[in-house]
Ligand binder design. Structure first.
Ligand SMILES: Nc1ncnc2c1ncn2[C@@H]1O[C@H](COP(=O)(O)OP(=O)(O)OP(=O)(O)O)[C@@H](O)[C@H]1O
Ligand SMILES: [Mg+2]
Length: 227
């Protein structure tokens, strides 16, 4: 089976005066070659789940399994390498380093895993070209439109050819036309060796995924969007 990414009894509990159970013993297997949307009201745990999947945050209980290996949270440097090599992440905004051009933002993300700069620049240009940004390579983030910025962010997420792409409301700040374009480009990245997971408040975009994951009271409800 190609269960590349698995949540096993995952809970996330914030210990405040009263415990806040954001995720309550969630089990799920993500399969390569499929896209998944995460939906649910504000505060339902979409970002929490994505932050666990990106290994930025850790669960209160349970395990995340990537490529048949249980993630060990004590081994931070190993997890940093997994994130750099296997996971591409796109946020709603502030994805880019403001003092670097579009091209630099993309190729610098490669140098952390491979020091061949010529190859990194070559690959970054190719990806940016596919994203329709060939004429924006030397632009700084402040000189890009919202849609262009998000396409640079997607390019950067792609530079290490990750098997997992995570996006948290990637079009939250865009108008409908640009949002549609960004989602089209994001979902075009689907490959048989890749998993795409995105959170959105927009039902239309959520339905573009192969599978919909709805967050309800700390649990998930699965619906196959594309039937
Ligand atoms: N560090 C924290 N300490 C305590 N509670 C937190 C913390 N981070 C998040 N929460 C709580 O966890 C819940 C889930 O938050 P999360 O950001 O995952 O929601 P979301 O579904 O992404 O919402 P939105 O659609 O608004 O982005 C919220 O109720 C939030 O208040
Ligand atoms: Mg969120």
């Amino acid at each position: 089976m190609n269960n590349f990414l698995e949540l096993k009894n995952i809970s996330k509990i914030y210990k405040k005066k009263k415990n806040i159970i954001v995720l309550n013993k969630i089990n799920f297997k993500f399969q390569k070659g499929k896209s998944y949307s995460i939906i649910g009201p504000s505060g339902s745990g979409k970002s929490t789940l994505l932050n666990l999947l990106s290994l930025i945050d850790y669960p209160s209980n349970g395990n995340i399994i990537i490529n048949n290996k249980i993630i060990n949270y004590k081994n931070k440097s190993a997890n940093d390498i997994i994130r750099a090599k296997r996971i591409g992440i796109v946020y709603q905004d502030k994805n880019l380093l403001s003092d670097f051009t579009a091209l630099e933002n993309v190729y610098l993300a490669r140098l952390s895993v491979d020091t061949n700069k010529t190859k990194a620049v070559y690959d970054a240009k190719n990806i940016l070209k596919k994203m329709g940004l060939m004429s924006r390579l030397e632009h700084y983030p402040s000189e890009l439109s919202g849609g262009e910025s998000q396409r640079v962010a997607i390019s950067r997420a792609l530079i290490n050819y990750p098997e997992i792409i995570l996006a948290d409301e990637p079009t939250g700040n865009l108008d409908y036309k640009n949002a549609k374009d960004v989602f089209k480009k994001l979902l075009n990245l689907k490959e048989k060796n890749r998993i795409i997971i995105f959170a959105t408040h927009n039902r239309y975009f959520a339905n573009m995924a192969d599978c919909k994951i709805e967050m309800i009271d700390g649990n998930i409800k699965i619906t196959n969007a594309k039937i």
